[in-house]
Ligand binder design. Structure first.
Ligand SMILES: [Zn+2]
Ligand SMILES: [Zn+2]
Length: 245
């Protein structure tokens, strides 16, 4: 979107900081204190996206782009985006995320799908909206490529071991001819165990994708002690359940 247009739009629809919801200048990504507080992920492994490399558990994903750790303001913003169905937050997050993607060599921007039941419950699929805005920001073509073919338990309610098996064969490619030989950017909101994106990448590669990179707003920090990690899972789960009601 060009700058003038954004300034004019901001007169009618003020821009909000995606992290704390304060009104911000239309050309800013967020308020100054939130931007300063963000712990960026530049030191993470570029292949698995984690601060402590987990590449040994990855076979299909070629790389991960992200911009922050899943904590404090970033966590609040993502929960607000998911819970309140705030499309404007998806747009703000995509704009920030697009700057972390220097390589624009992709044939499609796509997303992790929801099942029809999950979609009815949530009302919309945040990763789909993120992917649509990200495609606009990066001037890359957007296309739904994956379908969710069966119901699964919510990943955040499961142990690490169960997360790895919960999603096996849960996705399918609708039109393999659109995927064969293509370089794909697969969008999700958070990278936690990586199992969802890995399963998505596996499904796309089995249909002949040339490469699959992930783009996420935030990654969870795997340097935290196991207790702290489960605290985050519980917190996330509770908030998710609250917002689903
Ligand atoms: Zn803020
Ligand atoms: Zn790694």
């Amino acid at each position: 979107m060009n700058e003038l247009f954004r300034r004019v739009m901001a007169l009618f629809f003020p821009e909000h900081c995606p992290f704390c919801d304060e009104i911000i200048h239309p050309l800013q990504d967020g308020c100054e204190s939130c931007i300063d507080a963000i712990q960026d992920t530049t030191s993470c492994c570029p292949y698995c996206g984690k601060p402590l490399c987990e590449c040994k558990d990855r076979k299909y994903l070629d790389g991960v782009y992200s911009f922050a750790f899943y904590e404090e303001g970033v966590r609040d913003g993502i929960l607000r985006m998911k819970g309140e169905g705030r499309a404007s937050l998806c747009r703000n997050f995509s704009r920030i995320l697009s700057r972390q993607i220097p390589n624009r060599d992709f044939d499609w921007v796509t997303f992790i799908p929801m099942s029809p039941k999950e979609l009815r419950k949530r009302g919309y699929n945040p990763p789909k909206l993120l992917a649509q805005y990200l495609a606009k920001e990066t001037k890359l073509p957007f296309r739904p490529l994956l379908d969710k073919t069966r119901e699964t338990s919510a990943q955040h309610t499961l142990s690490l071991e169960k997360r790895k098996t919960n999603l096996i064969d849960a996705f399918a490619v609708e039109k393999p001819s659109l995927v064969r030989g293509k370089r794909i950017l697969l969008v999700d909101d958070i990278l936690t165990s990586g199992a969802t994106l890995e399963e998505g990448a596996k499904t796309l590669k089995e249909s002949g994708a040339h490469s699959v990179f992930a783009a996420v707003i935030a990654v969870t920090d795997n340097r935290l002690k196991p207790k702290e990690k489960s605290d985050i899972m519980i917190e996330n789960g509770e908030t998710d359940e609250k917002t689903a009601q």
